[in-house]
Design a protein around this ligand. Structure first.
Ligand code: SPQ
Length: 426
């Protein structure tokens, strides 16, 4: 797919549902009693993998347009799947489902695509094993495929070495079934959708600073979940509106949960024209419309506790930094190396090809902005966030930017190219 320089972007769009929240709504609805109705569900391939896994465990899930209805099986009603669970490309599915599977009365195996088979699973195998789980990496390399024999678990306190919502959530979900209390402390607070949503479903869960604590309950109850637009998807149009000249974009219905809103804070620090309009709370999550227009930007340092709140936005923030005056330093972000691709190396290699002044560090990257970008052939490494980031870079680069494996955007934003075309043509 080819992208070229644009002189303006104008219009209004509504962003598809949040991926993290969509996954959790399927999982919690499946182990709740009664009906769960999910509106604005993200029809991305990752979330469809989660539906597929729970369907294989006997949960009745009807998926129509953006509405999903689940007849929950209750905490102890999942059935042994007849075949291996296929988590596709989804780290969230793999890690969260493992917490649930560890406590079931059956055994199963799960596996995913080439990328998922390289992502680290020791981070969940270790704490779940401390809780008594019988979970192992079938190839002995601490990656998927995983074999899980459900068993009785006991609560623990776990000091997580990484700020990871997936690690935290796997432990909390296992804790839902474990004897006694389970708590997790993170070095920095990661996204808290599990804590917020499990509470709505009736779990006994609380949070204090960077510690989340759960005690077992006898049942969860099905809910109506309205999924806000995904700020990680909105991020591409936030950046496009800032860097393409003569642009004004209104992005409606975006989740701005404070554990996810780092990109908004960084754009403000960089001097970007960004306004939050119509701020409201929908189904326990903060939501707003976001207005952006073309801006002169200055470099910033991004580090410490803001990192987990924008971890998936760092690829597109790197593009933003290329357009900002001065040196942007991104550090404390070594987690980028273990995403769908090594997002430090892939960003640095591809942006260097486009003429950017960028270098990799152990835990991030350093970018000196305002060097003109030129088109290049970009290998997305089948990573959706890389493909979308370079589609936006192509709008400000001279010549043609070609993205290889561009269809990987189906993972989190199947209509991305249509929405982009609309804003460019509007
Ligand atoms: O699900 P997956 O593949 O891990 O997706 C990514 C993404 O870019 O969409 C990461 F590669 O998002 C993660 C995110 O990085 C989704 C997530 C969640 O829903 O809990 C949490 C973050 O990962 P982590 O490892 O920091 O917990």
């Amino acid at each position: 797919m080819i992208f070229t320089k644009k002189s303006s972007m104008k219009g209004k769009i509504s962003i598809p549902g949040d991926k993290s929240i969509s996954h959790r709504a399927i999982m919690f609805g499946s182990i709740a009693e009664g009906t769960t109705e999910i509106t604005n569900f993200l029809q991305g391939a990752d979330c469809l993998s989660t539906i597929d896994c729970f369907s294989k465990m006997g949960v009745e899930i009807e998926n129509k347009a953006d509405k999903v209805t689940i007849k929950g099986n209750g905490l102890h009603g999942l059935k042994a799947p007849k075949e291996m669970l296929d988590v596709g490309n989804s780290g969230t599915t793999t890690r969260l489902i493992s917490g649930i599977l560890a406590a079931q009365s059956f055994s199963c195996t799960l596996n995913g695509d080439e990328s998922i088979q390289k992502r680290p699973m020791k981070r969940i195998i270790k704490p779940l094993s401390l809780m008594g789980a019988d979970i192992k990496s079938m190839r002995g390399n601490d990656c998927a495929p995983l074999e899980i024999h459900g068993t009785t678990l006991h609560g623990i306190h776990y000091d997580s070495p990484v700020a990871s919502a997936q690690v935290k959530s796997a432990i909390l979900l296992a804790g839902l079934y474990a004897k006694g209390e389970t708590s997790v402390t993170e070095p920095y607070l990661s996204r808290n959708h599990t804590e917020l949503m499990l509470k709505c479903f009736g779990a006994d869960i609380s949070s204090n600073d960077t510690t989340a604590t759960i005690k077992p309950v006898t049942r969860l109850t099905g809910q109506k979940v309205i999924v806000p637009g995904d700020i990680s998807s909105a991020a591409y149009f936030i950046v496009a509106g800032l860097v393409v000249p003569n642009s004004e974009i209104l992005i409606e219905n975006v989740g701005i949960n404070p554990t996810r809103d780092g990109i908004i804070r960084i754009v403000k620090q960089m001097g970007g024209n960004i306004e939050l309009l119509n701020e409201r709370t929908v189904a326990g999550e903060a939501v707003a419309d976001i207005f952006v227009k073309s801006s002169d930007l200055k470099a910033v340092t991004i580090s410490g506790n803001i990192i987990p709140t924008l971890i998936d936005e760092i690829p597109i923030i790197a593009i933003l930094a290329c357009m900002a005056e001065g040196e942007t330093v991104i550090k404390d972000a070594a987690e980028l190396k273990v995403k769908e691709s090594n997002r430090i190396d892939v960003m640095v290699n591809n942006l260097s090809k486009m003429g950017a002044d960028i270098r990799a560090t152990d835990d991030g990257m350093i970018i000196t902005g305002c060097k003109p970008l030129h088109g290049a052939t970009i290998n997305s490494n089948a990573d959706h966030r890389i493909a979308m980031s370079f589609a936006i870079a192509g709008l400000v680069a001279d010549g043609e930017t070609e993205i290889v494996d561009a269809d990987c955007v189906k993972i989190s934003y199947p209509d991305f190219y249509n929405d982009l075309e609309y804003l460019v043509g509007a």
